[in-house]
Design a protein around this ligand. Structure first.
Ligand SMILES: Cc1ncc(COP(=O)(O)O)c(C=O)c1O
Length: 375
């Protein structure tokens, strides 16, 4: 189906900055700089500065960033890790794939892990001698951060490693401290539709810990130290491609401007839709908490009826995730009952939100939403 307003339009975005992307492509191709060259290091330096950490290490994907972080924190069989019940499955898979047990916790109205519920789980774990909760992975969903000041306090009290899944929140922060700079690592995805998207898969870790950065640099290269040739363990092939790094570095320069544009679109949606009583908009107005609107996810109690109406009228929307991941039988996960996640799953609908949207397209989305509620 061809939509009047697409959820994202990577071709249009390419045309907006074509000259610079083409120049980056020609430089990489003509020099033959394909693997682990200057463009990667340059991007890593700029990413670390943007996030506010000492190091950034480019990897193949957000999943790899989470997986390598688990290994850097020495999480493995016998350990348990707290993850939100509402997130992209990769958060949980990184835990399972190192042999550890994910402990799912419900989220709050802001779609992020509910700290009260985290504390409940940790309190009851204390009474269970077999429980080995070692870490927590707060996910900063849709461009809005989990309550990191509180999570850091909880982690200190219970001696937990904190790995931030910041894949959806590049550029966000709390009181000026960037997403991905709070925990042992911040994990990033440069999947094409992310706020900073490549032209294929990509990811990174940010960290202030030199040992973690070194570990990730070696592990992404099958455990090898590239200077000495020594293998320091069984690693993976999960290096960010040099060409992707060159593209991402071009786009990173635009990010502050693009975030402003996203915020302006969010303001427009808010002005035009906040009088609709059925529609819950993603504005939390919490002092110090920034929102960069990777996604503009609304909640409508009319669920599929609402999202299907938008699609039928030419507006491409996303409804991630109608079926919570813990309900997929093959994953074999404990469903301890997560009422907020269940409600969110029925109601979510992400409206088009990207820098390539024109103001006329935003107005069109608004008119379709309003016409649904008039009918
Ligand atoms: C919250 C979250 N975690 C992890 C990932 C995994 O990233 P990737 O697709 O780059 O592996 C994504 C992105 O898709 C994500 O949105």
């Amino acid at each position: 189906m061809s939509y009047k307003v697409k959820f994202v339009d990577p071709g249009r975005l390419y045309r907006m900055i074509k000259e610079e992307l083409d120049a980056a492509y020609f430089e990489v191709m003509s020099k033959g700089d394909l693997i682990d060259r200057g463009q990667l290091r340059q991007f890593e330096e700029n990413l670390a500065a943007f996030v506010g950490t000492k190091y950034a290490v480019g990897l193949n994907s957000g999943y790899d960033a989470l997986h390598v972080s688990m290994r850097a924190a020495r999480i493995g069989p016998g350990d348990a890790v707290i993850v939100p019940a509402h997130t992209f499955l990769a958060t949980c898979s990184a835990v399972v794939n190192v042999g550890a047990k994910p402990v799912l916790v419900d989220v709050g109205k802001d779609f992020n892990i509910a700290c009260d519920k985290v504390e409940e789980v940790l309190e009851s774990a204390i009474c269970n001698p077999q429980s080995e909760i070692k870490a927590i992975i707060p996910v900063h969903l849709s461009g809005y951060m989990a309550d990191m000041p509180r999570i850091m306090k909880i982690a200190e009290r219970y001696n937990l490693v904190v790995i931030e899944d910041a894949c959806q929140s590049l550029g966000s922060g709390i009181d000026g401290k960037g997403a991905g700079s709070w925990g042992l690592t911040g994990c990033w995805s440069f999947y094409p539709f992310k706020i900073l998207g490549g032209y294929g898969d990509g990811g990174a870790i940010t960290t202030n810990d030199p040992d973690v950065a070194l570990f990730a640099r070696r592990m992404r290269y099958n455990g090898e130290d590239r200077d000495t040739g020594e293998y320091h363990g069984h690693g993976f092939t999960c290096l960010l491609d040099n060409l992707q790094a060159a593209f991402l570095d071009v786009k990173l320069r635009y990010l502050p401007e693009w975030i402003k544009r996203r915020k302006a679109i969010a303001v427009r949606y808010r002005q035009a839709l906040s009088d609709l009583p059925d529609l819950l908009l993603p504005h939390y107005d919490r002092a110090g908490f920034d929102h960069v609107y990777q996604n503009y996810t609304v909640r409508s109690t009319q669920g599929d009826e609402f999202s299907e109406y938008l699609k039928a009228n030419g507006v491409e929307v996303l409804t991630q995730f109608r079926k919570p991941y813990y309900r997929h039988e093959a994953l074999n996960l404990d469903d301890r009952g997560f009422p907020e996640t269940e409600a969110i799953s029925r109601e979510v609908c992400s409206l088009p939100m990207n820098v390539e949207l024109t103001s006329e397209e935003v107005d069109y989305v608004i008119s379709v939403v309003r016409s649904f509620y008039r009918k």
